[in-house]
Design a protein around this ligand. Structure first.
Ligand SMILES: Cc1cc2nc3c(=O)[nH]c(=O)nc-3n(C[C@H](O)[C@H](O)[C@H](O)COP(=O)(O)OP(=O)(O)OC[C@H]3O[C@@H](n4cnc5c(N)ncnc54)[C@H](O)[C@@H]3O)c2cc1C
Length: 456
């Protein structure tokens, strides 16, 4: 019997196994250009934990790689299929199992879409805060596996701060629960947070209990324009004292890309800084003064929700506007916030050195910037220059005490960079953890850390 027949027999006729090559292609890659991928053996559209446990046990026995896939919105190739792998899609494991408004938690299956959860809990006056820009289609399982961030994380923290417990299928097919649904728990080692950000390399997250909070007040939004992005970056650093619930920076290249698509009147400045506060307008008044001290051309704010939406529109359009200009290779580096100015200047130098266009925007308040290299489609020479620029930006951030990825993950795209900033001892510890949890190396081999570093 071949592997597919064995799988069919194991799961029964009701399970959904995809074999059609044309459909398999759509499960082969996420949104990252360059990261390697291959044709999977089969895709399982999982409908129950039992199915996932059975397939995992089977794959473990046969040493078949498993790649878990949420929505495939990732930007690091983490969900890219490995040749001959079993892709397990959680897209149909999408039930909100419980909203407990008294204890301010929600229990959900891994495939629930982030935004759908937030909408559902809003009926109780609650919010699920982590807000990756992909929240309208990315899944809670994918968000936990990448420890996703977003704009409000500058105040409220990233996904890991909002996860209380998860149910995980381990490599032998056993189901375990890590963490507790209570607000506090210190009984065991914190294995929960070992899995948060593990990018599908340690186990399969099938359920999660998440923290909810009372919905924050509607934010007051300030937008400031500058002639000099270095001054805007300096102003951002000072504005962190105001506990902003959003603090975003955009450079001239990004603004030009937006203006050429949807003109909004930002064609006469070098940088835009956007700050939100959900604690009233006082923070915006002070931010206005700070902006002015750093030579802002203009700084206005509004507490009208409709105006707020309009004011942040330019930031929401940043990435799609750059994508319209060619292939967009999005970086995700983090530096100490005091170094944002130096990062921006360094990235501008790298753009010149490699003759590529780089738009810089991102979460200034977290020091997490997304320099985005844009180059023409089907231009091999430009592609090579873009790749060199991409790596140079990571090296630059690392040289400033920063890191290769703040929220998108390492996936298959940045494995070498991860090694550059991690000591041998830590690599060894990771290897030992991987050996305990996944001795046959079935979970997403070649992602997050290199196969070599995993050779037991
Ligand atoms: C336009 C755009 C904007 C984005 N904005 C942001 C942003 O603001 N912040 C941010 O952090 N990211 C952002 N991203 C990246 C991406 O959306 C996030 O990484 C997201 O968390 C991935 O969720 P997903 O469901 O699509 O996971 P996938 O892409 O399917 O998978 C991502 C990784 O998680 C693993 N995984 C998925 N589900 C599970 C599971 N149930 N158990 C174990 N492992 C699993 C996969 O194997 C893979 O390694 C953006 C992407 C796009 C395209």
């Amino acid at each position: 019997m071949n592997l597919i027949s064995e799988l069919r027999e194991l799961l029964g006729e009701k399970s959904t196994l995809i074999l059609d090559p044309e459909i398999l292609v759509s499960y082969q890659r996420d949104q990252a250009p360059f990261a390697p991928s291959g044709r999977p053996l089969v895709v399982l559209i999982a409908r129950s934990i039992e199915e996932i446990a059975q397939v995992t046990k089977f794959a473990n026995t046969k040493k078949i790689p498993i790649v878990v896939r949420g929505a495939g919105s990732g930007l690091a190739g983490g969900a890219n299929a490995i040749p001959g792998s079993i892709v397990i899609s959680t897209e149909k494991l999408n039930k909100i199992l419980e909203i407990d408004s008294i204890n301010q938690i929600a229990r959900v299956q891994a495939g629930v879409i982030n935004k759908e959860l937030d909408v559902a809990v809003s009926e109780f006056g609650l919010a699920y805060l982590p807000d990756p820009a992909s929240r309208e289609w990315s899944t809670i399982g994918g968000n936990i596996a990448t420890n996703a961030g977003g704009m409000c994380c500058v105040k409220y923290g990233v996904t890991s701060h909002h996860v209380r417990s998860i149910k995980v299928v381990l490599s032998d097919g056993e189901l375990v629960e890590l963490g507790f649904s209570t607000r506090k728990a210190v009984t065991t080692l914190d294995l929960l947070h070992l899995f948060v950000g593990s990018e599908g390399t340690l186990g399969i997250i099938v359920e999660a209990t998440l923290s909810l909070v009372p919905r924050p007040q509607k934010p007051v939004t300030l937008i400031a324009t500058f002639n000099d992005i270095a001054q805007a970056a300096n102003a951002a650093t000072e504005m962190m004292m105001l506990r902003p619930s959003m603090l975003e920076l955009m450079d001239k290249t990004t603004l030009k890309a937006v203006e050429s698509w949807k003109p909004m009147g930002f064609d006469n400045c070098d940088a835009v800084l956007i700050l939100q506060s959900d604690e009233g307008s006082r923070a915006c008044e002070v931010a206005q003064e700070i902006a002015s001290n750093y030579g802002a051309i203009d700084a206005i704010f509004s507490d009208d929700p409709k105006d707020s939406d309009d004011l942040i529109q330019v930031r929401k359009l940043a990435y799609p506007a750059l994508e319209r200009l060619g292939v967009a290779l999005l970086d995700d580096v983090v530096v100490p916030i005091s170094k944002i100015r130096d990062l921006v200047i360094g990235v501008q130098r790298i753009a010149k050195e490699h003759f590529v266009t780089i738009g810089i925007f991102g979460h200034a308040g977290d020091g997490n910037m997304h320099p985005t290299i844009v180059y023409p489609h089907n231009d091999n020479a430009a592609e090579q220059r873009a790749l060199r620029a991409f790596n140079n930006i990571i090296e630059l951030a690392q040289s400033m005490g920063g890191t290769a990825s703040g929220e998108h993950g390492i996936g298959a795209l940045k494995i070498n960079s991860a090694g550059d900033e991690t000591s041998k001892r830590i690599m060894q510890l990771q290897r030992e953890i991987k050996r305990v949890l996944d001795p046959q190396q079935i979970f997403n081999p070649g992602k997050k850390f290199s196969i070599d570093s995993c050779n037991f």
